[in-house]
Design a protein around this ligand. Structure first.
Ligand SMILES: [Cu+2]
Length: 365
């Protein structure tokens, strides 16, 4: 079983916004129209981030419920309820349909804080989250424009994407954020009516006192701009890929995404002949991934990328199972990018949804 672990993408001291804005009635009204599930039952086939391209039964009655706390400027997106019987693999578990959140504000999303709770608000262990991924259907990825912008992801470790002071992910009213959730339950405890909650502090653009700089999620993948998942051979292996930077700017920090038996991920700027980061994974005695460290550059003004720079990513694994693990591996350096000339990034906007076969980081074959 693939256990997804994205660990602490950007770890900084979170500084909560202290400016209290007037509560917006418009935002509250917007909420009523949210949360409709997409009707297509085969949605998982087309867009899966960590999925194996196989059919999943669709869980019934799972809704998206967005809640706004104007006092703290936090949106909480709640996905559920989900029934999670003990000892159920992600293939056997009926999975939530893709859910669409229509952004009700012009502003910045500042951080993502995921957690799992039951109907009574009690904590449910992250172990039952296979992964969750947020995609902005109205924007293309700045490194791989054949893909949608992947703005947040987490697995069992419930990666907390902390705020970077002064920066935010710019959203516009009406943008469609697709939420893909995959659950499983390897534990001996069944969970009835579980909910995934992602708390997202935000700042509106109408808050002109301290405007944010825009950041773009940078997924630098050993599979380049193709599907992220690949077959993991037995024993030691290394996979490398390259992507070309298309804009001048800076990388504010970088973490990594590997699966079990992952050893390290290295990001190099080949054009500059420099190693940007070497991230050595932590694993348990069996090789199950526990964490990948984060390297920050924001305190030094960021690591400079120039248009045309070729980035090389390499992922090292040591698979002790003695057999090839189909779709068992991913190797992605994940960071935040800030462009020197942000106006150029407007070209990444899409008015309509991209065709399915161009959109995802799917494992489909
Ligand atoms: Cu993965």
């Amino acid at each position: 079983m693939i256990k997804t672990v994205i660990k602490e993408i950007i770890k900084t001291i979170a500084i909560c916004g202290t400016l209290l804005l007037a509560a917006s009635a418009a935002l509250a009204q917007e909420k009523q129209t949210e949360g409709a599930a997409k009707p297509m039952p085969m949605q998982h086939e087309h867009h899966g981030f960590m999925q194996e391209g196989m059919h999943h039964a669709v869980a019934k009655g799972v809704k998206l419920d967005p809640n706004f706390d104007m006092a703290t400027h936090t949106i909480t997106l709640r996905v559920g309820p989900m029934n999670l019987p003990a000892h159920t693999s992600h293939m056997k578990m009926p999975q939530p349909p893709d859910l669409i959140w229509t952004v009700p504000l012009d502003g910045w999303l500042l951080a993502y804080h995921p957690k799992l709770v039951d109907a009574g608000g009690n904590s449910v262990p992250g172990t039952v989250l296979h992964h969750v991924a947020f995609w902005n259907e109205n924007r293309a990825d700045f490194l791989c424009p054949n893909k949608e912008e992947h703005i947040f992801g987490a697995g069992s470790e419930l990666t907390d994407w902390a705020e970077i002071p002064g920066y935010g992910y710019r959203v516009q009213k009406g943008e469609k954020i697709r939420i893909e959730t995959m659950m499983y339950n390897p534990t001996a405890t069944s969970y009835d009516k579980a909910y995934l909650e992602v708390a997202i502090p935000f700042q509106e653009t109408s808050d002109t006192a301290a405007p944010r700089k825009n950041v773009y999620p940078a997924w630098m993948d050993v599979a380049a701009c193709g599907n992220s998942g690949y077959d993991l051979p037995a024993g030691k292996s290394e996979k490398t890929g390259t992507v070309t930077v298309k804009y001048d700017g800076v990388l504010l920090g970088v973490g990594g995404h590997l699966h079990d038996y992952g050893k390290k991920i290295i990001l190099q700027d080949v054009s500059r002949k420099e190693t940007v980061a070497t991230l050595d994974a932590k694993s348990d005695a069996e090789g199950h991934l526990e964490s990948v460290p984060v390297k920050l550059f924001v305190q030094d003004g960021g690591y400079k990328f120039a248009e045309g720079d070729v980035l090389k990513i390499s992922a090292t694994y040591d698979n002790p199972t003695g057999k090839l693990l189909r779709d068992g591996a991913m190797g992605i350096a994940v960071g935040y990018f800030a462009a020197s000339d942000d106006t150029k990034m407007a070209a990444l906007r899409r008015s309509s949804k991209m065709p399915h076969d161009m959109a995802g980081m799917s494992h489909d074959h």
